[in-house]
Every structure is written in C-alpha cells, then in structure tokens.
Design a protein around this ligand. Structure first.
Ligand code: UGA
Length: 425
C-alpha cells in the first residue's frame, strides 16, 4: 500500500525474490504509469527492474483497495508520514490504510508497517483495523522499518545491513522472515515499539554525525584546518567509521529533517527532551547560510551578481528536492537581489520559488554563462567530471563555493578560481 519510493522498491524487491505482488495506490494516474513501466521518480536500477517485472505476471498494480486487500495475505503499509506544522508525523495516510484493511479483509492477514512511524503507532494500527472490521477476522501487525537511501534504493534493498522485524508473535516473525530468506542478511527480532525506535534512532544518529562534522567544519574554517583530513583520520577508527562524515551545506531529503523533528516531538511528548538532537537540527538549519556568508563577503554582497547554482536535488542520483539545502540557498540569494542560474541533471525547481531573477538552465554551460560565482550544492558526476577550465572562460568572475567538498581545491585554484569550500583546505 502506497506507491512512493519505499512502496515501489519494496514491491519490486519482493517480485524479484519470486513472490506474487500487488502494488496498491489510490492515485489512478500513478497506477497507469506504473502499468506502462514508467517510474514516477528518478532512481537508477529501480527503473530497469520495473520495466523487467511489468512484463511478467507476478507483479500487478492496482488503484482498488478492496480487490488488492482481498487477494493478498501479507499487506505492507508503505504510505508517507509527512511532517506537520509542529514537527509531529502526519498519520492520516496510515489510518486510511488501516481502515481499508479492516473494512475489506476477508482472510487471516499479516499487516507489516514499513512506513516510518512514531513509537506506539503499530498499536494504534491494530485498533484502527479493529474499529473498521465488519466481521472479526484475526490479524497481526508487524513493524518492519525500511533503511534504503534514495539514489541507491535498489542496492540497499537487495543488500540491507540488517532486517528488523518487530512483533510479539512467533508465527508473524517466521512469516515475514521467510519473505527475505533469499537475501541471506542478518535479521533482528524485537517488540514492535523497539523496531519503531530503531528506525528513528538510526536516522537521528546519522543526522547527528553530519551535524557534528558540519559544526566542526565551522571551527576548522576559522583556524584553516582541512575538515576532510580530520574526517578521514577519524573515520579510520573502526569505532567511529568513515560514513556520514562528509562536511557540507547540510542534510536534506524527505527523511532526516522529518524524522529528527518527529523524534524530538515524541521526546517532548514524554517530557524527556533530546537536547543533543535539537542542536543537530539547529546546526543543519544554519549550515548553508554560514558558508554562504563567506562567499557574500568575497563578492562584496550578492546584489546584482549572477550566481550559478549547480544541483537542485538534495543528493545526487535522485530528482527529489524535498528539504534540499540548495533551495534554501537559492531563496537566500534571491532575497539578497542576486540573479540565480540553476541547473540539475534531473531535478526541477519548485513552483513556489518562482522569480524573474531565477532561471532553470537546461545545461551546466548555460548556468555558468556570465556568472560571477558558482555554488556546487549537489555532487552529481556531471559536475565532478566537468572541464572546469573551459567553463571558467565563460564566467564573468571566478568565485567557486564547493558546498560538498567534492572537487579538487588545487586543480580549481590552478585554473584561476577563487575556491571556497566547507573548510576543505
Ligand atoms: C536516509 C537514510 O540514510 C536511510 O537509511 C533511510 O532509510 C532513509 O533516510 C529513510 O528514512 O527513508 P536518504 O535521505 O535517502 O536516506 O539519503 P542519505 O544518503 O542518508 O542522505 C541524506 C542527506 O544527508 C543528503 O542531503 C546528503 O547530502 C546528506 N549527507 C550525507 C551529508 O551531508 N554528509 C554525509 O556524510 C552524508
């Protein structure tokens, strides 16, 4: 249930593992596209898998909840849980899914929650199903959080570090485990609330690593220390690990900002505030503007300057722009009266950012044309492998803010750029 990132990838994973799968979503247009093998988002590998499975008979797509629920014994809830104005997770799609399940279920079923849901939600799903049931049919609700990343969704699904199954029923644990048996990956069995917490704790910890290195980068910037060297040596300590220590303009996407806020909300609800995590969010909210100021100083202000912004997506290999740091940077530049020439290999600017000083360029070359400065926001391969010497020639001035520490300082300096970065000396 729910043909978003997680739902489609999960449906394809199970089809690939040999199970018979129905992908359900009430959005008729989405279902129509999926039936034609068209993925509603950019995700390398998942597109090929869809076109392969759409022609086989073990995967179907449907907009009809009744038909889909009646014909499947195991139902995965993969709907969105977006942030509400107060930071809490909006559970209305989950409640709708549970209500449909209760209303249409005709046989004993196992309901599996893959959506990221606050602690205690699985218990609420049990209740929502019960309330909607016409006849009393047995069912169990299992928590099975998802850990895939956008941009590498297929690999993460086929090779998960762990599979977490939260259930108090041995039968359900065995049933859900059996679905994944071919993957041969470690399975952790917990009670449902623990599984819910593991998901939030994992995202919150990764966000904490990023904000830790980002705040440290601000200090390193003042004392001219290379944060990349610091992170590399830190990461060689196996107790720390090298991942998620890349300093940059901050984390974005549909998960970290939302899940950090939802966990903070839950903690406050239980009067047990998570002060460290609160700081993690604060650092992230100010990170991009901190380093943007460095560029502003160099340019003696952004007013009437033309800035090329490379990368709109929140990370490479996706067209997802939700909470992308790039959007915050563009909005700031527009407020400061700059002209912005933005480019992304696949992502599009959102409608609410429209301005006559903002242009989405179809090529990187157009974005850099007569620009005073370039800001690299997303480390797409196209930017990393660009012929910067050639591009530099068409720019009016030569300032470069590498917001992902993804390029070679020496190389860019040697070809005449004034290279600024997130403390990448
Ligand atoms: C994240 C988690 O990594 C997944 O495990 C989880 O399943 C997913 O959220 C989710 O809850 O659905 P995702 O948001 O797709 O995945 O992407 P990440 O690769 O985690 O990147 C998130 C943000 O952090 C990006 O903006 C990225 O640029 C930034 N980042 C990442 C850094 O700034 N520095 C790093 O070292 C790593």
């Amino acid at each position: 249930m729910g043909m978003g990132y997680v739902g489609i990838t999960t449906a394809l994973l199970f089809a690939e593992l040999g199970w018979k799968v129905t992908g359900l979503d009430p959005d008729h247009n989405k279902i129509k596209s999926l039936k034609q093998g068209i993925l509603p988002f950019h995700e390398p590998g998942v597109d090929d898998l869809l076109s392969r499975h759409v022609n086989l008979d073990n995967l179907t797509f449907s907009a009809d909840p009744q038909h889909s629920i009646i014909n499947n014994q195991i139902i995965f809830i993969c709907v969105g849980t977006p942030s509400q104005y107060d930071g809490s997770a909006n559970l209305s799609y989950i409640k709708q899914a549970a209500t449909w399940i209760g209303t249409y279920m005709e046989q004993e079923s196992c309901i599996v929650t893959k959506s990221t849901v606050p602690i205690g939600t699985n218990k609420r799903i049990v209740q929502w199903i019960k309330v909607a049931q016409v006849n009393s049919i047995p069912y169990d609700v299992v928590s099975n959080p998802e850990f895939l990343r956008e941009g590498s969704a297929l690999r993460d699904s086929l090779e998960p570090d762990r599979i977490v199954i939260g259930s108090n029923s041995e039968h359900s644990v065995n049933l859900v485990s059996s679905l994944y048996v071919k993957l041969n990956r470690p399975i952790i069995v917990t009670k449902p609330e623990t599984a819910e917490m593991i998901k939030y704790a994992s995202n919150a910890f990764l966000a904490t690593k990023i904000s830790f290195i980002n705040e440290l980068a601000r200090l390193c910037d003042l004392v001219e220390i290379n944060i990349t060297d610091v992170a590399k040596a830190m990461g060689m300590d196996h107790r720390i690990g090298p991942h998620f220590l890349n300093a940059g303009i901050g984390y974005g996407g549909s998960c970290f900002p939302k899940d950090v806020n939802a966990l903070l909300y839950t903690a406050n609800d239980y009067a047990s505030p998570l002060s460290l995590l609160k700081k993690v969010a604060e650092i992230n909210n100010t990170q991009s503007l901190f380093f943007l100021e460095r560029l502003e100083q160099q340019l003696s202000g952004f007013e009437n300057k033309t800035i090329a912004v490379l990368g709109i997506a929140f990370k490479p290999n996706t067209d997802d722009i939700r909470e992308s740091p790039s959007l915050k940077i563009i909005a700031h530049l527009l407020r400061k009266q700059a002209t912005v020439q933005a480019h992304d290999p696949v992502a599009r600017l959102p409608g609410d950012l429209s301005s006559d000083r903002l242009i989405q360029c179809s090529t990187m070359e157009d974005a850099l044309e007569q620009a005073d400065a370039v800001i690299l926001c997303t480390e797409w391969d196209e930017y990393l492998n660009a012929n910067w010497e050639k591009f530099r020639a068409n720019m009016r001035d030569k300032y470069f803010l590498d917001g992902r520490n993804a390029l070679d300082r020496e190389l860019l300096t040697n070809i005449g750029f004034h290279y600024l970065s997130i403390s990448n000396y």
